[in-house]
Design a protein around this ligand. Structure first.
Ligand code: MEV
Length: 279
């Protein structure tokens, strides 16, 4: 029996900028995905047991297991998966599943295999999600340099909450490809986001940086109007908020990280029927 755990991630600064070689900063979450593989040679193949999961998620786990088998022996037995990570909402659930399953099947040295699977299933990814989730640590990331585990104030997110704004209509890979086609139009926003990352590393106030960062994400077109309005209301009430992943053009924008008076934040989010959870 081999077990593994992969956390989710929260990007504090850097969405899309990291795809183009700028800096980004992310932390791992306490919630995540567990996978446990029990070898059983009497089984013809691998059976995936994931209670409560949708068929599409189980099929995705099957795809990852098949990619793990590519250069290795065929796996026979049971792969049990448990997750409390919201799926498709900017917390890195797809990457966490790749890492949890790869480690359960191939062991702790599966980093290169897992990275290849990430590139196959999530084309165009920058590597920020992968590195943060693999290391389970705060990561300062830039494509052209070695990622750095950095220490952040332990109380940085103590008062933070997550607001579930719903599933985006587009996949992250679709949004990244859309941004790549518009690179020359969005350079200014990418540079602002890079600057936000550098300000956080220099110890600037998180709420102040989040307000700037959110403005740039809105200008990039990945914060749907309903979510942008909700964030603006949180700001008017003295708080700060930002989308923590790829966001979306239509539909929801996944999870929003919010700081400020929790009573007000709950009130504002509930007007839009958006559930709030503590971090
Ligand atoms: C997705 O979590 C973050 C993006 O910057 C894409 C990536 O870095 O791979 C939008």
């Amino acid at each position: 029996m081999r077990s593994s755990f992969a956390p989710g991630k929260i990007i504090l600064s850097g969405e899309y900028a990291v795809v183009f070689g700028y800096f980004g900063l992310a932390v791992s979450s306490s919630i995540g995905i567990e996978a446990a593989f029990e070898n059983d040679d009497s089984e013809p193949q691998i059976e995936i047991i994931w209670r409560g999961a949708k068929e599409t998620h189980i099929n995705y786990a099957k795809k990852i297991a098949a990619l793990c088998e590519k250069d290795a022996r065929k796996f026979r037995g049971r792969l049990v998966i448990n997750s409390n990570l919201p799926v498709g909402k900017g917390m890195g659930s797809s990457t966490a599943l790749i890492i949890a399953v790869s480690r359960a099947l191939l062991g702790e040295n599966a980093k290169e295999n897992a990275r290849l699977i990430e590139d196959t299933l999530n084309p165009g990814n920058s590597g920020l999600d992968f590195t943060t989730i693999w290391e389970n640590a705060p990561i300062l990331y830039c494509k052209s340099a070695d990622a750095k585990i950095i220490s952040l104030p332990s109380d940085l997110l103590r008062e933070a909450v997550l607001i579930d704004t719903g599933l985006p209509d587009e996949t992250t890979s679709e949004l990244v490809a859309w941004m790549q086609r518009r690179k020359s139009e969005v350079l200014n926003e990418l540079e602002i986001i890079d600057e936000c990352t550098k300000r956080l590393v220099a110890g600037d106030s998180l709420p102040a940086v989040m307000r700037e960062h959110n403005k740039a994400q809105v200008a990039l077109g990945v914060v749907p109007p309903r979510v942008a309005k909700m964030i603006a209301e949180i700001e008017s009430a003295g708080g700060a908020a930002k989308v923590i992943g790829a966001g979306g053009r239509a539909g929801g924008a996944g999870m929003v990280l919010a700081l400020g008076d929790k009573t007000w934040i709950r009130k504002i989010a509930s007007r839009e029927n958006m559930p709030v959870t503590l971090l």
